[in-house]
Design a protein around this ligand. Structure first.
Ligand SMILES: [Zn+2]
Length: 240
């Protein structure tokens, strides 16, 4: 039995994938809950060990800025959420929020590689290409996960939004999100939103007025999608 059943029987789809140990590669505290939380809890439910990496403390957020030092507040929120998610280990780094693109990719990927090696990861999980919301930090996290996957020969799963969900959000809220048509999606999961909500609620500083999050979760219902950004068994490009 695998939590990661194929979306359909179409050719080119990999066999069901069972992750033993997964590292979630994120940019900000709350990405692991607001975005990947449903997927991570589904993995945990099926026995996959989960570890978290956030490259920044999320100190540039416009939400919660009047509550005190955001870096410290958000660090505490992440550790609470990690506990709810049942994470084995959480690496919270202190690269500059909103300026991850200024950090050399090999430096960021090196952190992913170190964590993945230490926890014996067989799968990396991150944002879909485009970062879902288009946030440059999310896109950088995906680049780092892909580079680490290449270096370690590990598969990389991207958390993806269905095109219909993205289109509805765009129409209702004006927020642009990257959506994928069914042929671009590899894995469909049924998730427990109530459980995810317990992780989300740890990020109190980021919840005020977050109507896009609430509406996205409504539109998604109990369904999440993933796509392979680097497939299991993909050959590494030999270093020059
Ligand atoms: Zn984020």
């Amino acid at each position: 039995m695998s939590p990661l059943g194929p979306l359909s029987d179409q050719a080119q789809r990999p066999e069901a994938w069972t992750a033993r140990s997964a590292v979630a590669v994120c940019a900000h505290p709350d990405d692991e809950s607001f975005g990947l939380g449903g997927v991570l809890m589904a993995l945990r439910r099926e026995g996959t060990e989960v570890s978290l990496l956030s490259f920044t403390h999320g100190e540039a957020s416009t939400l919660g800025a009047g509550d005190g030092p955001l870096d410290a507040i958000r660090a505490e929120e992440l550790h609470q959420a990690a506990s709810v998610l049942g994470a084995r280990r959480t690496d919270l780094l202190a690269y500059p929020d909103s300026r991850l693109s200024t950090v050399p990719l090999e430096v960021l990927a090196g952190h992913v590689e170190a964590l993945a090696t230490e926890v014996g990861a067989d799968t990396l999980l991150t944002f879909d290409l485009g970062g879902i919301t288009g946030h440059p930090d999310h896109q950088r996290a995906t680049e780092a996960a892909l580079q680490a996957g290449e270096q370690l020969g590990l598969p990389v799963l991207g958390w993806a939004l269905a095109a219909g969900v993205a289109a509805a959000l765009r129409a209702e809220t004006g927020v642009e999100m990257v959506g994928r048509v069914p042929s671009e999606l590899d894995i469909e999961l049924t998730v427990d939103r109530e459980a995810q909500q317990r992780a989300i609620s740890c990020h109190r500083s980021q919840l005020g007025g977050n109507t896009v999050l609430r509406r996205r979760l409504e539109l998604q219902g109990a369904t999440e999608h993933l796509r392979w950004l680097r497939r299991p068994g993909a050959l590494s490009v030999a270093p020059a």
